[in-house]
Design a protein around this ligand. Structure first.
Ligand code: SAM
Ligand code: FES
Length: 383
Protein backbone atom coordinates (compact mmCIF):
# COMPACT_ATOMS: atom_id res chain seq x y z
CA UNK A 1 0.00 0.00 0.00
CA UNK A 2 1.21 3.49 -0.76
CA UNK A 3 1.09 5.29 2.56
CA UNK A 4 2.82 8.56 1.71
CA UNK A 5 3.59 10.77 -1.25
CA UNK A 6 7.24 10.01 -0.68
CA UNK A 7 6.71 6.29 -1.37
CA UNK A 8 4.77 7.09 -4.54
CA UNK A 9 7.44 9.55 -5.71
CA UNK A 10 10.15 6.97 -5.08
CA UNK A 11 8.20 4.25 -6.93
CA UNK A 12 7.71 6.58 -9.90
CA UNK A 13 11.38 7.33 -10.02
CA UNK A 14 12.31 3.63 -9.83
CA UNK A 15 9.85 2.74 -12.60
CA UNK A 16 11.24 5.46 -14.84
CA UNK A 17 14.81 4.30 -14.14
CA UNK A 18 13.85 0.71 -14.96
CA UNK A 19 12.15 1.79 -18.20
CA UNK A 20 15.30 3.67 -19.21
CA UNK A 21 18.12 1.41 -17.97
CA UNK A 22 16.37 -1.99 -17.82
CA UNK A 23 18.12 -2.78 -14.55
CA UNK A 24 17.88 -1.95 -10.86
CA UNK A 25 19.70 -3.01 -7.71
CA UNK A 26 17.99 -5.71 -5.66
CA UNK A 27 16.73 -3.12 -3.14
CA UNK A 28 15.15 -1.17 -6.00
CA UNK A 29 13.12 -4.19 -7.06
CA UNK A 30 12.13 -4.80 -3.48
CA UNK A 31 10.97 -1.21 -3.05
CA UNK A 32 8.92 -1.54 -6.26
CA UNK A 33 7.25 -4.75 -5.09
CA UNK A 34 6.49 -3.16 -1.72
CA UNK A 35 5.05 -0.11 -3.46
CA UNK A 36 2.50 -2.24 -5.31
CA UNK A 37 -0.88 -0.50 -5.41
CA UNK A 38 -3.38 0.14 -8.23
CA UNK A 39 -1.78 3.54 -8.98
CA UNK A 40 1.74 2.11 -9.14
CA UNK A 41 0.56 -0.75 -11.35
CA UNK A 42 -1.24 1.68 -13.68
CA UNK A 43 1.91 3.77 -14.05
CA UNK A 44 4.06 0.66 -14.63
CA UNK A 45 1.68 -0.44 -17.42
CA UNK A 46 1.74 3.08 -18.89
CA UNK A 47 5.52 2.77 -19.24
CA UNK A 48 5.54 -0.90 -20.27
CA UNK A 49 2.98 -0.84 -23.09
CA UNK A 50 4.88 1.63 -25.34
CA UNK A 51 8.05 -0.46 -24.91
CA UNK A 52 6.13 -3.56 -25.96
CA UNK A 53 4.59 -1.61 -28.82
CA UNK A 54 7.99 -0.44 -30.10
CA UNK A 55 9.19 -4.02 -30.46
CA UNK A 56 6.04 -6.01 -31.28
CA UNK A 57 3.45 -3.46 -32.38
CA UNK A 58 -0.07 -4.77 -31.86
CA UNK A 59 0.97 -8.33 -32.72
CA UNK A 60 0.30 -11.14 -30.27
CA UNK A 61 2.23 -14.35 -30.84
CA UNK A 62 0.37 -17.64 -30.41
CA UNK A 63 1.88 -20.93 -29.27
CA UNK A 64 0.01 -24.19 -29.66
CA UNK A 65 0.26 -25.99 -26.34
CA UNK A 66 0.30 -29.79 -26.49
CA UNK A 67 0.20 -31.49 -23.09
CA UNK A 68 2.03 -34.74 -23.82
CA UNK A 69 1.80 -36.61 -20.55
CA UNK A 70 0.35 -36.21 -17.07
CA UNK A 71 2.71 -38.78 -15.57
CA UNK A 72 5.28 -37.12 -13.34
CA UNK A 73 8.00 -38.53 -11.12
CA UNK A 74 8.25 -35.28 -9.18
CA UNK A 75 6.29 -34.22 -6.15
CA UNK A 76 6.20 -30.40 -6.22
CA UNK A 77 3.90 -29.44 -3.37
CA UNK A 78 1.78 -27.04 -5.45
CA UNK A 79 1.14 -29.18 -8.52
CA UNK A 80 -1.99 -31.22 -9.25
CA UNK A 81 -0.14 -33.84 -11.31
CA UNK A 82 2.45 -34.48 -8.56
CA UNK A 83 3.40 -38.10 -8.05
CA UNK A 84 1.64 -38.36 -4.67
CA UNK A 85 -1.73 -37.35 -6.05
CA UNK A 86 -3.27 -40.79 -6.39
CA UNK A 87 -6.55 -39.29 -7.61
CA UNK A 88 -4.91 -37.69 -10.68
CA UNK A 89 -5.93 -39.39 -13.91
CA UNK A 90 -2.84 -40.24 -15.89
CA UNK A 91 -2.51 -40.28 -19.68
CA UNK A 92 0.20 -40.18 -22.27
CA UNK A 93 -0.32 -39.11 -25.89
CA UNK A 94 0.99 -41.36 -28.65
CA UNK A 95 3.33 -39.90 -31.30
CA UNK A 96 0.43 -40.17 -33.78
CA UNK A 97 -1.86 -38.15 -31.53
CA UNK A 98 0.85 -35.50 -31.10
CA UNK A 99 1.42 -35.28 -34.85
CA UNK A 100 -2.35 -34.97 -35.37
CA UNK A 101 -2.38 -32.01 -32.98
CA UNK A 102 0.47 -30.41 -34.96
CA UNK A 103 -1.33 -30.98 -38.25
CA UNK A 104 -4.49 -29.29 -37.02
CA UNK A 105 -2.44 -26.58 -35.38
CA UNK A 106 -0.49 -25.84 -38.54
CA UNK A 107 -3.72 -25.53 -40.54
CA UNK A 108 -4.97 -23.04 -37.94
CA UNK A 109 -1.87 -20.86 -38.32
CA UNK A 110 0.30 -21.98 -35.42
CA UNK A 111 4.02 -21.73 -36.13
CA UNK A 112 5.19 -22.75 -32.66
CA UNK A 113 4.32 -25.96 -30.87
CA UNK A 114 4.98 -26.22 -27.16
CA UNK A 115 5.40 -29.82 -26.04
CA UNK A 116 4.80 -29.82 -22.30
CA UNK A 117 4.51 -32.63 -19.84
CA UNK A 118 5.25 -34.00 -16.42
CA UNK A 119 8.66 -35.55 -15.86
CA UNK A 120 7.60 -38.82 -17.44
CA UNK A 121 10.49 -41.32 -17.63
CA UNK A 122 9.09 -42.73 -20.89
CA UNK A 123 9.82 -39.36 -22.53
CA UNK A 124 13.40 -40.53 -23.00
CA UNK A 125 15.81 -38.82 -25.38
CA UNK A 126 15.24 -41.24 -28.22
CA UNK A 127 11.45 -40.98 -28.09
CA UNK A 128 11.48 -37.16 -27.92
CA UNK A 129 14.16 -36.92 -30.64
CA UNK A 130 12.06 -39.11 -32.97
CA UNK A 131 9.13 -36.83 -32.34
CA UNK A 132 11.21 -33.71 -33.00
CA UNK A 133 12.50 -35.15 -36.28
CA UNK A 134 8.94 -35.97 -37.35
CA UNK A 135 7.58 -32.51 -36.48
CA UNK A 136 10.50 -30.59 -37.96
CA UNK A 137 10.43 -32.78 -41.08
CA UNK A 138 6.75 -32.01 -41.69
CA UNK A 139 6.74 -28.40 -40.52
CA UNK A 140 10.16 -26.88 -41.16
CA UNK A 141 8.61 -23.42 -40.83
CA UNK A 142 7.71 -24.07 -37.19
CA UNK A 143 9.57 -23.68 -33.93
CA UNK A 144 9.32 -26.38 -31.27
CA UNK A 145 9.47 -25.49 -27.60
CA UNK A 146 10.02 -28.21 -25.04
CA UNK A 147 8.85 -28.02 -21.44
CA UNK A 148 9.71 -31.39 -19.97
CA UNK A 149 11.38 -30.41 -16.71
CA UNK A 150 14.87 -31.09 -15.44
CA UNK A 151 17.16 -33.32 -17.52
CA UNK A 152 20.90 -33.86 -17.85
CA UNK A 153 23.02 -31.53 -19.96
CA UNK A 154 23.62 -34.38 -22.39
CA UNK A 155 19.89 -34.88 -22.76
CA UNK A 156 19.26 -31.17 -23.41
CA UNK A 157 22.05 -31.25 -25.99
CA UNK A 158 20.60 -34.34 -27.71
CA UNK A 159 17.16 -32.72 -27.95
CA UNK A 160 18.65 -29.48 -29.25
CA UNK A 161 20.56 -31.46 -31.88
CA UNK A 162 17.30 -33.20 -32.82
CA UNK A 163 15.74 -29.81 -33.61
CA UNK A 164 14.24 -28.29 -30.44
CA UNK A 165 14.47 -24.50 -30.59
CA UNK A 166 13.32 -23.39 -27.16
CA UNK A 167 13.00 -24.74 -23.63
CA UNK A 168 10.69 -23.56 -20.86
CA UNK A 169 11.77 -24.37 -17.32
CA UNK A 170 10.32 -22.08 -14.70
CA UNK A 171 12.82 -21.42 -11.93
CA UNK A 172 9.73 -21.18 -9.59
CA UNK A 173 11.57 -18.90 -7.14
CA UNK A 174 15.05 -17.41 -7.09
CA UNK A 175 15.30 -17.81 -3.31
CA UNK A 176 16.86 -21.13 -2.26
CA UNK A 177 15.04 -21.33 1.10
CA UNK A 178 11.71 -20.55 -0.55
CA UNK A 179 12.40 -23.17 -3.23
CA UNK A 180 12.99 -25.75 -0.50
CA UNK A 181 9.55 -25.05 1.00
CA UNK A 182 7.77 -25.53 -2.32
CA UNK A 183 9.52 -28.76 -3.30
CA UNK A 184 10.38 -32.13 -1.79
CA UNK A 185 13.91 -32.76 -0.58
CA UNK A 186 14.67 -34.78 -3.69
CA UNK A 187 14.58 -31.59 -5.77
CA UNK A 188 17.36 -29.03 -5.58
CA UNK A 189 17.44 -25.32 -6.27
CA UNK A 190 21.06 -25.58 -7.44
CA UNK A 191 20.16 -28.25 -9.97
CA UNK A 192 17.27 -26.18 -11.33
CA UNK A 193 19.57 -23.20 -11.80
CA UNK A 194 22.24 -25.39 -13.39
CA UNK A 195 19.66 -26.71 -15.85
CA UNK A 196 18.80 -23.14 -16.90
CA UNK A 197 22.48 -22.28 -17.36
CA UNK A 198 23.04 -25.46 -19.38
CA UNK A 199 20.08 -24.72 -21.64
CA UNK A 200 21.38 -21.22 -22.33
CA UNK A 201 24.91 -22.39 -23.04
CA UNK A 202 23.65 -25.04 -25.46
CA UNK A 203 21.90 -22.34 -27.46
CA UNK A 204 18.21 -22.76 -26.69
CA UNK A 205 15.92 -19.76 -26.45
CA UNK A 206 15.32 -20.22 -22.74
CA UNK A 207 12.21 -19.46 -20.71
CA UNK A 208 12.15 -19.21 -16.93
CA UNK A 209 9.36 -17.98 -14.65
CA UNK A 210 7.51 -18.29 -11.39
CA UNK A 211 4.08 -18.39 -9.77
CA UNK A 212 2.75 -15.17 -8.26
CA UNK A 213 1.38 -15.62 -4.75
CA UNK A 214 2.94 -19.00 -4.04
CA UNK A 215 3.01 -19.88 -0.33
CA UNK A 216 5.74 -18.03 1.59
CA UNK A 217 6.46 -15.66 -1.28
CA UNK A 218 7.54 -12.23 0.01
CA UNK A 219 8.61 -8.90 -1.54
CA UNK A 220 12.15 -10.07 -0.93
CA UNK A 221 11.76 -13.35 -2.83
CA UNK A 222 9.97 -11.51 -5.66
CA UNK A 223 12.80 -8.94 -5.82
CA UNK A 224 15.23 -11.86 -6.20
CA UNK A 225 13.07 -13.25 -9.02
CA UNK A 226 13.20 -9.93 -10.87
CA UNK A 227 16.95 -9.53 -10.36
CA UNK A 228 17.52 -13.12 -11.46
CA UNK A 229 15.55 -12.52 -14.68
CA UNK A 230 17.44 -9.29 -15.34
CA UNK A 231 20.73 -11.19 -15.02
CA UNK A 232 19.80 -14.42 -16.81
CA UNK A 233 18.34 -12.49 -19.76
CA UNK A 234 16.02 -15.29 -20.89
CA UNK A 235 14.19 -15.10 -24.22
CA UNK A 236 10.87 -15.88 -22.49
CA UNK A 237 9.45 -15.55 -19.04
CA UNK A 238 6.20 -17.17 -17.90
CA UNK A 239 4.52 -15.93 -14.77
CA UNK A 240 1.01 -16.70 -13.64
CA UNK A 241 -0.85 -16.73 -10.36
CA UNK A 242 -0.50 -19.69 -8.05
CA UNK A 243 -3.89 -21.44 -8.02
CA UNK A 244 -4.54 -24.11 -5.37
CA UNK A 245 -5.29 -27.69 -6.32
CA UNK A 246 -7.61 -29.59 -3.98
CA UNK A 247 -5.46 -32.74 -3.79
CA UNK A 248 -2.15 -31.10 -2.88
CA UNK A 249 -0.65 -29.95 0.44
CA UNK A 250 -1.45 -26.36 -0.64
CA UNK A 251 -5.18 -27.03 -1.13
CA UNK A 252 -6.21 -24.43 1.47
CA UNK A 253 -3.77 -21.73 0.39
CA UNK A 254 -4.94 -18.51 -1.22
CA UNK A 255 -4.52 -18.01 -4.94
CA UNK A 256 -2.32 -15.23 -6.32
CA UNK A 257 -4.05 -12.09 -7.55
CA UNK A 258 -4.61 -10.64 -11.01
CA UNK A 259 -3.45 -7.20 -9.87
CA UNK A 260 -0.05 -8.25 -8.59
CA UNK A 261 0.50 -10.62 -11.53
CA UNK A 262 -0.20 -7.83 -14.03
CA UNK A 263 2.05 -5.41 -12.14
CA UNK A 264 4.88 -7.96 -12.29
CA UNK A 265 4.20 -8.51 -16.02
CA UNK A 266 4.74 -4.78 -16.53
CA UNK A 267 7.99 -4.88 -14.53
CA UNK A 268 9.21 -7.78 -16.71
CA UNK A 269 8.50 -5.69 -19.81
CA UNK A 270 10.49 -2.81 -18.33
CA UNK A 271 13.40 -5.16 -17.58
CA UNK A 272 13.48 -6.43 -21.17
CA UNK A 273 11.27 -4.86 -23.86
CA UNK A 274 12.04 -7.77 -26.20
CA UNK A 275 11.08 -10.56 -23.79
CA UNK A 276 8.40 -13.01 -24.96
CA UNK A 277 5.90 -12.90 -22.12
CA UNK A 278 2.70 -14.99 -22.12
CA UNK A 279 -0.60 -13.94 -20.63
CA UNK A 280 -1.09 -17.35 -19.04
CA UNK A 281 -4.00 -19.74 -18.74
CA UNK A 282 -3.71 -19.46 -14.94
CA UNK A 283 -4.34 -15.71 -15.26
CA UNK A 284 -7.43 -16.47 -17.35
CA UNK A 285 -8.53 -18.98 -14.72
CA UNK A 286 -8.68 -16.53 -11.80
CA UNK A 287 -10.25 -13.73 -13.87
CA UNK A 288 -12.45 -14.13 -16.97
CA UNK A 289 -10.56 -11.25 -18.61
CA UNK A 290 -7.21 -12.14 -17.06
CA UNK A 291 -5.42 -12.78 -20.36
CA UNK A 292 -6.66 -9.51 -21.86
CA UNK A 293 -5.46 -7.71 -18.73
CA UNK A 294 -2.10 -9.46 -19.04
CA UNK A 295 -1.64 -8.20 -22.61
CA UNK A 296 -2.68 -4.70 -21.54
CA UNK A 297 -0.03 -4.83 -18.81
CA UNK A 298 2.74 -5.66 -21.31
CA UNK A 299 2.56 -9.38 -22.23
CA UNK A 300 2.76 -10.33 -25.95
CA UNK A 301 2.05 -14.08 -26.17
CA UNK A 302 -0.97 -16.35 -25.67
CA UNK A 303 -0.98 -20.14 -25.63
CA UNK A 304 -4.21 -21.76 -26.81
CA UNK A 305 -4.54 -25.42 -25.96
CA UNK A 306 -4.03 -27.88 -28.85
CA UNK A 307 -4.24 -31.07 -26.78
CA UNK A 308 -7.00 -33.56 -27.68
CA UNK A 309 -10.15 -32.58 -25.81
CA UNK A 310 -10.59 -35.94 -24.07
CA UNK A 311 -7.31 -35.60 -22.13
CA UNK A 312 -7.42 -31.93 -21.20
CA UNK A 313 -9.14 -32.28 -17.85
CA UNK A 314 -6.53 -34.80 -16.82
CA UNK A 315 -3.71 -32.26 -17.15
CA UNK A 316 -5.06 -30.54 -14.08
CA UNK A 317 -2.22 -28.55 -12.53
CA UNK A 318 -4.69 -26.50 -10.46
CA UNK A 319 -8.44 -26.34 -9.83
CA UNK A 320 -10.91 -24.91 -12.37
CA UNK A 321 -8.36 -24.68 -15.19
CA UNK A 322 -10.02 -23.07 -18.21
CA UNK A 323 -10.12 -24.27 -21.82
CA UNK A 324 -10.57 -27.92 -20.86
CA UNK A 325 -13.91 -28.36 -22.63
CA UNK A 326 -13.11 -26.63 -25.92
CA UNK A 327 -11.83 -28.01 -29.20
CA UNK A 328 -8.51 -26.59 -30.39
CA UNK A 329 -10.16 -24.44 -33.07
CA UNK A 330 -12.63 -23.01 -30.55
CA UNK A 331 -9.83 -22.13 -28.19
CA UNK A 332 -7.78 -20.43 -30.89
CA UNK A 333 -10.84 -18.55 -32.19
CA UNK A 334 -11.77 -17.51 -28.67
CA UNK A 335 -8.33 -16.06 -28.00
CA UNK A 336 -8.20 -14.32 -31.39
CA UNK A 337 -11.52 -12.60 -30.58
CA UNK A 338 -10.36 -11.72 -27.08
CA UNK A 339 -7.24 -10.05 -28.49
CA UNK A 340 -9.27 -8.18 -31.12
CA UNK A 341 -11.59 -6.91 -28.41
CA UNK A 342 -8.67 -4.98 -26.90
CA UNK A 343 -7.17 -3.79 -30.19
CA UNK A 344 -4.52 -6.49 -30.67
CA UNK A 345 -4.31 -9.29 -33.24
CA UNK A 346 -2.85 -12.77 -33.18
CA UNK A 347 -0.41 -13.39 -36.04
CA UNK A 348 1.05 -16.25 -38.07
CA UNK A 349 4.66 -16.09 -36.96
CA UNK A 350 7.21 -18.31 -35.21
CA UNK A 351 7.52 -15.46 -32.75
CA UNK A 352 11.23 -15.73 -32.05
CA UNK A 353 12.66 -13.45 -29.40
CA UNK A 354 14.07 -10.17 -30.65
CA UNK A 355 16.71 -10.14 -27.95
CA UNK A 356 19.83 -8.83 -29.67
CA UNK A 357 18.16 -5.44 -30.18
CA UNK A 358 18.36 -4.74 -26.45
CA UNK A 359 20.92 -2.24 -25.31
CA UNK A 360 21.24 -1.37 -21.65
CA UNK A 361 22.34 2.17 -22.31
CA UNK A 362 20.28 3.26 -25.27
CA UNK A 363 16.50 3.29 -25.59
CA UNK A 364 15.24 0.23 -27.42
CA UNK A 365 14.33 0.97 -31.01
CA UNK A 366 11.95 -0.88 -33.24
CA UNK A 367 14.60 -2.19 -35.65
CA UNK A 368 15.03 -5.93 -35.48
CA UNK A 369 18.38 -5.66 -37.23
CA UNK A 370 17.23 -7.99 -39.99
CA UNK A 371 15.42 -5.54 -42.19
CA UNK A 372 12.07 -5.99 -40.45
CA UNK A 373 10.61 -3.64 -37.93
CA UNK A 374 8.22 -3.80 -35.04
CA UNK A 375 5.98 -0.92 -34.13
CA UNK A 376 3.38 0.04 -36.64
CA UNK A 377 4.70 -1.91 -39.62
CA UNK A 378 2.46 -4.68 -40.94
CA UNK A 379 5.02 -7.40 -41.44
CA UNK A 380 2.94 -10.17 -39.88
CA UNK A 381 0.19 -11.98 -41.65
CA UNK A 382 -2.90 -11.85 -39.43
CA UNK A 383 -4.83 -15.07 -38.82
N1 SAM B 1 7.30 -30.70 -15.91
C1 SAM B 1 7.63 -29.47 -16.54
C2 SAM B 1 8.33 -28.54 -15.57
O1 SAM B 1 8.44 -28.89 -14.41
O2 SAM B 1 8.81 -27.50 -16.00
C3 SAM B 1 6.44 -28.77 -17.17
C4 SAM B 1 5.11 -28.92 -16.51
S1 SAM B 1 4.92 -28.02 -15.01
C5 SAM B 1 3.40 -28.65 -14.44
C6 SAM B 1 4.52 -26.40 -15.62
C7 SAM B 1 4.37 -25.29 -14.63
O3 SAM B 1 3.07 -25.30 -14.06
C8 SAM B 1 5.27 -25.29 -13.43
O4 SAM B 1 6.51 -24.77 -13.75
C9 SAM B 1 4.51 -24.43 -12.42
O5 SAM B 1 5.03 -23.11 -12.34
C10 SAM B 1 3.08 -24.40 -12.98
N2 SAM B 1 2.13 -24.88 -11.95
C11 SAM B 1 2.10 -26.08 -11.35
N3 SAM B 1 1.15 -26.11 -10.39
C12 SAM B 1 0.57 -24.89 -10.38
C13 SAM B 1 -0.47 -24.30 -9.58
N4 SAM B 1 -1.05 -24.96 -8.59
N5 SAM B 1 -0.81 -23.02 -9.86
C14 SAM B 1 -0.22 -22.34 -10.86
N6 SAM B 1 0.78 -22.84 -11.62
C15 SAM B 1 1.16 -24.10 -11.38
FE1 FES C 1 -9.39 -21.52 -24.74
FE2 FES C 1 -11.03 -19.33 -24.77
S1 FES C 1 -8.89 -19.46 -24.97
S2 FES C 1 -11.55 -21.42 -24.82
Amino acid sequence: MISTNAVWAKARELLETLARDHELPLEGYRALVEAYAPETAAYAAELAVPLRQAVYGKAVFVRGLIELSSYCKNDCLYCGIRRSNASAERYRLTPEQILDCCERGHEMGFRTFVLQGGEDPTLADEAVSDLLHAIKGRYPDCAVTLSLGERSRESYQALFDAGADRYLLRHETADAAHYARLHPRSMSFEHRMQCLRNLKEIGYQVGCGFMVGSPWQTPETLAKDLKFIEELRPAMCGIGPFVPHHATPFAEREAGTVGLTCYLLSLLRLIDPTLNIPATTALGTIDPRGREKGIQAGANVVMPNLSPRDVRKKYELYDNKICTGEEAAECRGCLARRMESIGYRVVVDRGDARQPALSRTKPVCANYGDGTRGGDQEYHQPI
